[in-house]
Design a protein. Structure first.
Length: 456
């Protein structure tokens, strides 16, 4: 008699690592994205060691069972959604910080480490891990690597991919691959590390990461500038970047987003503004930098420019920005959150286009964005119980992605493709690009077991 999947998994796993209760496994079926199909997993596995992950992959390969790697499931593209009969491989229990090295300026971590936990740990040693997604208090480093996530500081410090020096990856057949390096420099062989970053668990399971750190900068101070139009705020962004300034943060919230944050958190943000621009500097003399940027904002038409008085007031403004997506979700109960990224010079056209789309479909669409990167987050607010409104939400979402491509942008700046944007990835890459990417997938995962149905 052939043995079952659960029995074979149990040969190399402790009982507590296997979850088969359907009421519990159902909670692991999807991430936070709307309009993304999710299947029913056969089992959820919560490994604590690399060897346990290898056992899962060997078993899955032997039985030809799909495996869906997961982090904290805070993703917004359906990349962590289960497929029917799959093994959900949740890596949240692999949550150790193995090393922090101030001399080499690296940290070695397991994939389940929470972003904020790592950030605070390195801060204690005078170091800094810059990538800081808005979900940083919940999201894991492994998930950040899988989706190549960004954050508020990208305009100065860059995104997750720029901080991943090396990876330990369990391949589909259970072999352990180590990529990259611990050194500050290194160009030996193909850059497989960068290939895995953003691959959404479709090429292998990340079980360890060597991350670059920076010296901890001074506390940043924030400036808030109000504008009578989104176009004027975007013009200010262009002037700031053209002027050679390097803010540690340059974020924009439109009037819909500002109102939503006020309604939810009563933060007293100026609801009379059409766009609120937040600029920050973590330089030795931030007052000088903020004064220069404030003057550029006024020249672009800012109606009011107010520097924060201290770090505490700065943090309050940043908290308002971090609450944006949660606040927009409260407007109607459900959201579709886009992350189209366009050239900075096209940011104004992008926001104007989103406003036209909102009017066309009679929907509330709030926009917050990492303005310094041109990375916009148009957020479609709708009632999921209203079928017609749901249809209009999906159509507007697609039009926003089409607009981004027309403006020379990309369909995703940091959330990934997952299930939500599969059709649009093909449009962006073109047929040759898709063929090459599928060939890469086939090399690492010839049986197509790793996170099937995602990306392509």
């Amino acid at each position: 008699m052939s043995r079952t999947l659960i029995e074979l998994l149990g040969d190399g796993l402790p009982a507590e690592a296997l979850v088969t209760d359907p009421d519990v496994t159902a909670s692991y079926a999807h991430d936070m994205a709307s309009f993304c199909d999710a299947g029913t997993p056969a089992v959820v596995v919560l490994p604590r060691t690399v060897e346990q992950v290898q056992h899962v992959m060997r078993t899955a390969t032997a039985l030809r069972v799909p495996v869906v790697p997961q982090g904290a499931r805070t993703g917004l593209s359906g990349a962590a959604n289960a497929s029917d009969g799959c093994v959900v491989l949740s890596l949240v229990k692999m949550d150790r910080i193995l090393e922090i090295n101030p001399v080499d300026r690296i940290a070695v971590v397991e994939p389940g480490v929470i972003n904020a936990t790592l950030s605070r740990a390195v801060n204690e040693l005078g170091l800094y891990y810059p990538p800081d997604p808005s979900s940083w208090e919940m999201c894991t480093i492994g998930g950040n690597i899988g989706t190549a996530s960004g954050g508020l500081c990208c305009v100065k410090y860059g995104v997750t991919a720029e901080y991943v020096l090396g990876l330990d990856v369990v391949l589909a057949d259970g072999r352990l691959l180590s990529t990259g390096r611990r050194t500050a420099k290194g160009v030996a062989g193909y850059d497989l590390t960068r290939l895995f970053v953003g691959s959404e668990g479709s090429l292998g399971v990340v079980v360890g990461a060597t991350l670059a750190l920076k010296p901890q900068p001074p506390q940043q101070i924030v400036l808030a500038a109000e504008f009578a139009s989104a176009a004027a705020a975007c013009d200010a962004v262009c002037k700031i970047m053209e002027g050679g300034h390097t803010p540690s943060l340059l974020e924009l919230m439109d009037r819909t987003t500002v109102k939503a944050v006020n309604d939810m958190a009563h933060m007293g943000l100026p609801e009379t503004t059409e766009a609120l621009l937040l600029a920050a500097f973590d330089t030795p003399d931030p007052a000088k930098d903020l004064a220069a940027v404030g003057a550029l904002c006024e020249a672009a038409g800012a109606t009011q420019v107010v520097p924060a008085e201290d770090a505490a007031e700065s943090e309050l403004l940043l908290q308002a920005r971090r609450l944006s997506l949660t606040a927009l979700e409260a407007v109607k109960g459900t959201t579709m959150i886009d992350d189209v990224c366009v050239p900075r010079s096209a940011l104004g056209a992008m926001l104007e286009g989103v406003e036209r789309i909102a009017d066309k479909y009679s929907l509330t669409i709030g926009v917050c964005c990492h303005a310094g990167d041109g990375n916009t987050h148009p957020t479609v607010c709708f009632d999921a119980q209203d079928a017609d409104e749901g249809r209009r939400a999906r159509e507007s979402f697609d039009e926003i992605m089409a607009l981004g491509l027309e403006l020379g942008g990309t369909i995703t700046g940091e959330h990934g493709v997952g299930v939500l944007k599969k059709e649009w990835l093909a449009r962006e890459l073109g047929p040759v690009g898709v063929d090459v990417q599928r060939a890469v997938k086939a090399t690492f995962d010839p049986l197509g077991l790793l996170n099937p149905g995602k990306l392509f």
